[in-house]
Design a protein around this ligand. Structure first.
Ligand code: HEC
Length: 93
């Protein structure tokens, strides 16, 4: 049995990646929806992590985003880098 609300909720989620928004809550949803299938947050906090600056973080977000074929705007890449920085990397700009 599929609950009746599942379909509209799914459509909303699928529409999200095409919306350009710098909002923290939206970024968190974009993250949950697109960025948790290959790796979890452990790659951001491991001792031998690859990213060592905010710039490198943006480049890596772009790389993963391109690999996924999401076609995000620069603004969304920046929001996602900021989101990961706030929650995990904590680089000072
Ligand atoms: C198709 C699989 C895949 C998806 C989905 C994916 N990534 Fe990645 N990501 C990778 C791989 C592979 C690495 C490199 C992991 C390693 O070196 O062990 C990586 C590494 C990273 C790193 C660097 C971690 C470090 O070492 O500091 C960041 C940041 C990152 N991804 C962000 C994202 C974001 C943001 C998204 C969502 C847009 C995302 N990833 C979605 C495959 C993916």
């Amino acid at each position: 049995m599929i609950p009746r609300l599942t379909l509209p909720a799914l459509c909303l989620l699928l529409a999200l990646p095409t919306l350009a928004s710098a909002d923290e809550e939206d970024t968190a949803e974009l993250y949950q929806f697109n960025c948790t299938s290959c790796h979890g947050a452990e790659v951001y906090t491991r001792t031998d992590r690859k990213v060592n600056s905010l710039d490198a973080l943006e480049r890596q977000v772009r790389r993963c985003e391109l690999a996924l074929g999401l076609k995000w705007f620069d603004e969304e890449i920046a929001s996602m880098a900021n989101y990961l920085n706030t929650h995990y990397y904590k680089f000072t700009p």
